[in-house]
Ligand binder design. Structure first.
Ligand code: C2E
Ligand code: CA
Ligand code: CA
Ligand code: CA
Length: 277
């Protein structure tokens, strides 16, 4: 016969197990992750297409769960945006970037880091004072911090325009991410007064292939040049793509042809190595 005390303890253990994180809803888990600051940032080099030199990095968030597994942003950013948790996540990314790259950026003014903003960050502009505060005694200049957001962030055109104007007045470079995947017209872009466009990987993919959307790449490049915007190509995976983009006047690129997003120590080594050439 099991003594009643043991029975009760067993019951409590089972209850605690049920309530443990593995059994929580995705939202509750994400809330805990935000509270416990379980996010890390990986860095993908941005290179100069003319000489292959590393000129900066894009900060890409990952959720490192207590068991060590890395969760990619596509798995949690949509929920974070829906629930508003994206705001504290943006703040944690900013803090991490400043801590990670402060030393390097203070030493090398030609380098920059690009941070992804959520639609809500752009709509409200609330991210700008957060950023100012984080950069205050960091040794990093505002010019070295680029801000990128997808078209979704610019839908409320009046408030987006105000945020872009403020960011640029502070010295930040403002970029439209995933360009070509939305509906951006020339007029829409003119109204925003951006600094840069990032051509989405799906268009870079068509270079060198027979595809209906192939002509779109050169059209996008023409559009960016008409507006006098800096162009960054994302998702460059082959030498042929890099050659085509360079020949068509694209300045900067990111992609596995150069490097994947990597942890801080690997990125710093990559950067040092690229300086030696
Ligand atoms: P994104 O801003 O378009 O970032 C580029 C994504 O493409 C990254 O995926 C990157 O690792 C991947 N990538 C880069 N080069 C290549 C390539 O040559 N081939 C292939 N197949 N993939 C490549 P990742 O890191 O999983 O990020 C996914 C998305 O999550 C990002 O897309 C961005 O929209 C979002 N995200 C990442 N970090 C943040 C963040 O801190 N805040 C917000 N709001 N969103 C973020
Ligand atoms: Ca991006
Ligand atoms: Ca992108
Ligand atoms: Ca993309």
């Amino acid at each position: 016969l099991i003594p009643i005390g043991a029975f009760i303890s067993l019951f409590i253990v089972a209850l605690v197990f049920r309530l443990s994180r593995e059994r929580l809803s995705p939202l509750a888990e994400l809330q805990i992750a935000v509270k416990k600051r379980e996010f890390v940032v990986h860095y993908q080099p941005m290179v100069d297409l003319c000489n292959g030199a590393c000129v900066g990095a894009e900060a890409l968030v990952r959720w490192r769960r207590p068991d060590g597994t890395m969760v990619h942003p596509d798995m949690f950013i949509p929920l974070a945006e829906e629930s508003g948790l994206i705001l504290p996540i943006t703040d944690q990314v900013i803090d991490t970037v400043v801590r990670d790259l402060g030393g390097m950026l203070a030493q090398d003014r030609a380098m920059h880091v690009a941070i992804n903003l959520s639609a809500e960050d752009v709509r409200t502009g609330r991210v700008l004072p957060v950023l100012s505060k984080a950069l205050e005694h960091s040794g990093i200049q505002n010019q070295q911090v680029w801000l990128e957001a997808t078209e979704r962030g610019f839908m409320d055109i009046a408030s987006a325009r105000a945020t872009v104007a403020k960011a640029r007045a502070m010295g930040h470079c403002a970029a439209l991410d995933d360009f070509g995947t939305g509906y951006s017209s020339l007029q829409f872009l003119q109204g925003l007064q951006l600094d840069a466009l990032k051509i989405d990987k799906s268009f870079v993919d068509t270079i060198g292939k027979e595809s209906a959307s192939r002509a779109v790449v050169s059209h996008i490049i023409d559009m960016a040049r008409t507006l006098d915007l800096l162009i960054v190509a994302e998702g460059v995976e082959t030498q042929a793509q890099a050659d085509y983009l360079r020949e068509h006047g694209v300045a900067l690129a990111q992609g596995w042809h150069y490097a994947k997003a990597m942890p801080l120590d690997e990125f710093l080594a990559f950067y040092q190595q690229s300086r030696l050439h």
